[in-house]
Write a protein that binds this ligand. Structure first.
Ligand code: F6R
Length: 251
């Protein structure tokens, strides 16, 4: 089931989502390690900042929070400021003092990632996690054409995705052509609870296609409508092209 929450501003959306996430993590932690799925877009930066602020309120237990990142660029090591390892260290792992062995990223061979996730979580998979949506309608780096059954794999980045990454890399020739990414199946079948955040006018068309277009590989994000517990968190601008407002909750 997909629930859509529409907030007036991204700031309100971020505050409310961070609160929901941190408190859900806090309910799991006393009993076992919480498994968290992590995205690394610009959209998530303020969310991580808010989570860091709220973190002490749940009396976190050391060793009881493990992150599973969705993706990583090919050919960048953790010391490269454009790598997702670096991003995570800066925004979440560093501030929360998450030890190295609890920070998981897809690496070679990619198909091992899903196997490791199931093994290390005693087949429970990811408890909860966050996603963003790209201009191509990707989730993670599952670009259009990504099959529903695909697990973690090597993906070729589509041109608009690489063009959007120029703001981080500085020029197109520095943007990697490939990445390792969880597949649609990894996300839909192995994550129990999903929060996708999208803000601003540039996300309005992707959000529309995700929620109101046909479900299929042409819009990988549309597969979220087959997931059992997904919350789509929007601001008014990102929700502006939705045509069925009565089924959406205005917060
Ligand atoms: C990266 C990821 C991507 C981004 C998406 C949106 O880990 O999962 O799917 O979430 O490209 O990125 P922003 O938020 O920068 O627009």
């Amino acid at each position: 089931m997909v629930m859509v929450l529409i907030y007036d501003t991204p700031e309100e959306a971020v505050r409310a989502t961070a609160h929901t996430l941190v408190h859900a993590i806090g309910k799991i932690m006393p009993y076992r390690c919480c498994e968290f799925g992590a995205a690394t877009g610009n959209t998530q930066k303020p969310l991580y900042a808010e989570m860091v602020k709220l973190w002490p309120s749940i009396n976190p237990r050391p060793g009881r929070f493990r992150t599973w990142n969705l993706d990583e660029y090919e050919g960048l090591d953790a010391t490269n400021p454009q790598s997702y390892r670096y991003y995570m260290y800066e925004h979440l792992h560093g501030p929360l003092k998450i030890p190295d062995h609890l920070r998981r990223f897809p690496c070679e061979p990619p198909e091992e990632y899903d196997v490791a996730m199931l093994r290390e979580t005693a087949a429970g998979g990811i408890d909860l996690g966050i996603l963003g949506i790209g201009r191509t309608r990707h989730i993670g780096f599952c670009e259009p054409g990504a099959p529903r059954k695909q697990k973690t794999h090597r993906a070729t980045l589509h041109e608009p995705t690489r063009v959007d990454a120029v703001r981080e890399f500085g020029s197109l020739d520095l943007v990697p052509t490939g990445a390792l990414t969880m597949g649609v199946s990894t996300i839909i079948d192995l994550w129990s609870r999903i929060f996708l955040l999208a803000f601003g006018e540039s996300k309005a068309a992707p959000v529309h296609d995700m929620l109101e277009g046909p479900i299929g590989s042409q819009c990988p994000a549309s597969f979220l409508r087959e997931h059992r517990d997904t919350t789509i968190v929007l601001d008014r601008a990102a929700a502006s092209l939705l045509k069925k407002p009565t089924i959406y909750i205005q917060v």
